[in-house]
Design a protein around this ligand. Structure first.
Ligand code: SF4
Ligand code: SF4
Length: 320
């Protein structure tokens, strides 16, 4: 199984600074969001490494290792956890990964913060989840080291060596939606993921086929509500296959990013997705929520194409 195998090579890491520069700089100013970013870069990033215990814990089988590490990931705050083998196509161009397996962890985002999108609340939630998930991978990595095994952290915020999406698909987290995010059968698309990578021999999970990706061919909710018209009508045979063998839908980053960067990380395509479970719209923990969010669709800024070709992820310009 080799996701993106038709492209033959991995994309470069997403160059946030270049993309922001291409739209005239950062224009989202939310003190609480900046505070979370500060905690991630100036606190969490310094807690990525640690001593590896000198004696290796002996597992009786790969199954036993998987079971223990998954149970620990859940204890450390993951809502979902899965394990997969790392392939060369999962690694960003120019990065080196020597570990064999990824323990992928996901946490659901709070539906109540997406009642209006884009909004200050949804923007803060987009960053809050990176912080809490960051704590989960840091604790899990410390646990792996305490068993005598080295490991590395792939932080959810994006400065990682691995592409989170193919790792999540292979770890059984869900299927790739038209909007480019993974849809989990229970969590829907409102979750984020990171991973801890290690060479402990573990039993791997399998990708799932629950009919979710196929349903995207009928449903176009995210495409209809995308204010930048960045989500395509059709699958693109040139974009490579997803893990089920379907041609992928390719979101046009050059159209999405200007809207995303100027409108509180947009995120409209996630809460409008029909796979959000509406039982979350009940009154939880005293928070009254709606079945469907209020959506603010403004005129999109002009698309950007000035990021150098070699630093772009593949995207389709045909419908411009
Ligand atoms: S984040 Fe907004 S602009 Fe980007 S694809 Fe989703 S809905 Fe469209
Ligand atoms: S809104 Fe509809 S088309 Fe878009 S990802 Fe969700 S299910 Fe697929």
């Amino acid at each position: 199984m080799s996701f993106l195998s038709d492209i033959k090579k991995s994309p470069p890491p997403f160059s946030w600074d270049e993309w922001y520069e291409s739209v005239g700089g950062r224009s989202i100013n939310i003190e609480e969001a900046d505070h979370i970013l500060d905690k991630i870069y100036n606190d969490q990033y310094h807690r990525f490494d640690g001593e590896v215990a000198p004696v290796k814990h002996k597992f009786n089988s790969p199954e036993e290792a998987s079971e223990l590490l998954k149970q620990k990931a859940l204890e450390f705050g993951a809502d979902i956890v899965g394990i997969c083998e790392i392939e060369p196509t999962d690694i960003y161009k120019g990065k080196t990964v020597t570990e064999k397996f990824a323990i992928a962890v996901g946490q659901r985002m709070l539906w109540r913060e997406f009642q209006v999108v884009p909004s200050r609340e949804s923007a803060i939630e987009c960053l809050r989840i990176y912080f809490t998930l960051g704590e989960t991978v840091i604790k899990l990595a410390a646990y792996v080291r305490s068993l005598g095994y080295p490991c590395k952290i792939e932080h959810p915020i994006g400065d990682s060596d691995l592409l989170h999406i193919p790792i999540g698909l292979k770890a059984g987290f869900g299927e790739l939606g038209r909007h480019g995010s993974i849809i989990h059968p229970e969590l829907g698309p409102l979750f984020r993921m990171g991973s801890v990578i290690t060479s402990i021999e573990m039993k791997c999970d399998k990708p799932i086929d629950a009919g979710i990706a196929a349903f995207c061919d009928i449903c176009k909710a995210c495409r209809i509500y995308c204010p930048a018209k960045a989500i395509p009508d059709n699958r693109d045979p040139k974009a490579g296959k997803d893990h089920l063998g379907y041609d992928r839908y390719v979101v046009d980053t050059g159209k999405c990013f200007p809207y995303f960067a100027k409108n509180n990380y947009c995120s409209i395509c996630l809460p409008v997705c029909v796979y959000n479970h509406k039982e979350w719209a009940k009154d939880f923990e005293g928070h009254q929520t709606k079945l469907f969010p209020e959506i603010i669709m403004l005129e999109p800024p002009p698309p950007t194409d000035i990021v150098p070709e070699e630093n772009k992820h593949y995207y389709n310009k045909l419908n411009r």
